[in-house]
Design a protein around this ligand. Structure first.
Ligand SMILES: NC(=O)c1ccc[n+]([C@@H]2O[C@H](COP(=O)([O-])OP(=O)(O)OC[C@H]3O[C@@H](n4cnc5c(N)ncnc54)[C@H](OP(=O)(O)O)[C@@H]3O)[C@@H](O)[C@H]2O)c1
Length: 289
């Protein structure tokens, strides 16, 4: 099977090229910058081509380009897509890329897929994938993709593109937002080195999360913040909660603070019974660092 990775010279494109080659697939990669593309060819031992040539020669087309370039790339390749081809996109946002594929691709079956890991992932085992089929043909394709991924140890969840984007506004959007604002706050306060030296587990867990987000590609983080459909709404909710809690502290309203914190704990344990175990494991990990 021949797989064309459009944007294969990028971070996720290289990850999938490496994975697919090891899995016995023939891979052709594309990219705009010729130097970067040739470097990836050397590193991965795969073929390189233009977007058009790669599409013409492939059985499966994997789209690994930024959300901002997505429609331009789809418009460019859609005249060359054949009915028997499969087109899978791995953008981190699903509603608009899936709509764009439906709008322009009239031959071939498309599927929205979101790998829930970054280019630093060691392998596919235990990694989460979200698949977002929207009709009968895509559901049949999603079933095949699910079997392929689960056989190799990945975990697969199927949902609509809308459900996916709503959840990503929190899972990626809010968690990144909090980490970036946290880094900004910490650096304003200073004395980071000394604070780390004397800190306990809670600070270390927090700092680990902050550092892991800050080391991500700013272009990718900005793209998420600007394109997640409910990102602004979620950030505003966070801002209003932040103000409410800050007011309790400012007004020294200890009784209300305790009552609200107890309510939160009970609700969290009810909504996500695995949570206490998850954070105990996290603390154990950090203590071992
Ligand atoms: N990074 C993550 O953690 C992560 C995780 C899951 C999913 N994703 C998704 O994966 C996709 C790729 O992300 P990435 O982090 O790999 O980005 P990246 O490193 O910037 O790679 C993007 C690739 O797309 C190419 N490209 C951009 N515009 C193009 C165009 N108009 N025509 C042809 N090629 C074009 C780039 O080529 P040049 O560099 O030569 O311009 C590069 O090869 C994104 O949609 C992202 O949302 C990312």
């Amino acid at each position: 099977m021949k797989i064309a990775i459009i944007g294969g010279s990028g971070k996720m494109g290289r990850w999938f090229a490496n994975f697919l080659v090891k899995d016995g697939k023939e891979v052709i990669i594309t990219g705009r910058n010729r130097g970067k593309l040739l470097e990836a060819k050397q590193q991965l031992g795969v073929e390189v081509a233009t977007n058009m040539e790669a599409v013409k020669r492939a059985d499966v087309i994997l789209l690994s380009v930024p959300v901002e370039s997505f429609e331009e790339v789809i418009k460019q390749i859609c005249p060359y897509i054949r009915p028997e081809q499969t087109i899978i996109d791995i953008t981190s946002i699903k509603e608009s890329p899936v709509e764009i594929m439906h709008k322009h691709i009239k031959r071939g079956i498309t599927l929205g897929v979101h790998p829930m890991f970054g280019p630093g992932a060691r392998d596919i085992t235990h990694q989460n994938f979200v698949l977002t089929p929207t009709n009968k043909d895509e559901t049949a394709l999603a079933q095949k993709v699910r079997e392929y991924l689960e056989t190799r140890g990945a975990r697969v969840t199927v949902m609509t593109p809308h459900q996916h984007d709503e959840m990503m506004s929190v899972i990626l959007g809010l968690s990144h937002f909090i980490a970036i604002v946290s880094a900004d706050t910490l650096l304003n306060l200073g004395k980071l080195k000394l604070m780390r030296a004397i800190s306990g587990s809670t600070y270390k867990v927090w700092l680990t999360l902050v550092e892991s987000v800050i080391s991500e590609d700013p272009e990718f983080c900005a793209s998420l913040q600007m394109n997640l459909p409910s990102g602004v709404k979620v950030n505003q909710l966070f801002q209003s909660r932040l103000e409410a809690w800050a007011d309790l502290v400012k007004n020294k309203d200890k009784r209300k603070f305790i009552r609200r914190m107890n309510t939160l704990r009970n609700r969290l344990e009810k909504d996500d019974p695995d949570l206490p175990r998850a954070y105990q494991n996290m603390y154990k990990l950090i203590e071992e660092l």
